[in-house]
Ligand binder design. Sequence first.
Ligand SMILES: [Zn+2]
Length: 326
Amino acid sequence: MSEQQYYVGIDIGGTNIKYGLFDDHGKVLYKEQRPTLVEKGPMPLMHLITNISERLLDYAAEEDYSIKWLGVGSPGAVDSKSGTVVGPCPNIKGWQGMEIGLILRERLNMPVYVDNDVNAMALAELKYGAAMGAQSVVCATVGTGIGGAVIIDGKVWHGAHATAGELGHMTINMNGPKCACGNNGCIEAYCSSRMIIETVKSKINNNMTPVFNELLEGNPDNLNIKKIFSAVKREDEIAVEVIHNTAKYLGIGMAGIVNLLNPEIVVLGGGIVDGGGDFIEVVTETIKEHAFSSAVEKLRVAKAALGNDAGFIGAGLLGLVNQSIK
Ligand SMILES: [Zn+2]
């Protein structure tokens, strides 16, 4: 009988750092989260991640879980060989250039694998979640920002310079609204929670509906994404329309990606997908309307299955992937 393996992973998000320990079957045995506190700057954040890593490994040692490596998922383009953030990272200012792998390897004296957070999430969904058994997968996460990952022949596709999968910044309207990346009309400029809130706000400023009036106690400044989803559940016309349109924009972008890659499955995760309404159905319909029929005939579109744990589970699996490649 082979010995049970245990894994630890850390998922650095724009809002929270999530981390945990799990076994071979993807069963989470310990998990925790802490605020990312991005406003303190990149070095304090790196210290926090180092502390979390040490605590996580101490916990594993105390509980007698044997750990062979640490995995970390980070926003931004990550050179997975060195573990360095090589691309801009709008949600964590100053994060580009951070040598996460080098710093942690020196401090922890053990193998450390680092990759982009959505690449990690996609790996977790591939091994234990919605994409189990698939060879070609496109993942999109829809929340504060829009992330993406591509799996081809069972492996994450990093591209020539580690930036593959950034589908949030695909232009779908060259005259569209300004995006956080500086471009205009990106998918993210239509589908991020920030844009959903802005759109709803401008609509209710002109025409406050009874549902929003009650939810916001008459003050549009009380608007947030949770209130918008509450309004969707109560069939508020504005909320339903904005979420519907958001799903349409995402579907239009995804249709192009489906034509390009012809994946077996598209996995959608993140707060907006979980928020309810008919989001996933509208994305699916829109892909089917706009992509080649031969590419969509057998295409599956599914909700991510592992929720908030996917990021740290996928991070923990990074060593497995890198070892099997070697
Ligand atoms: Zn953009």
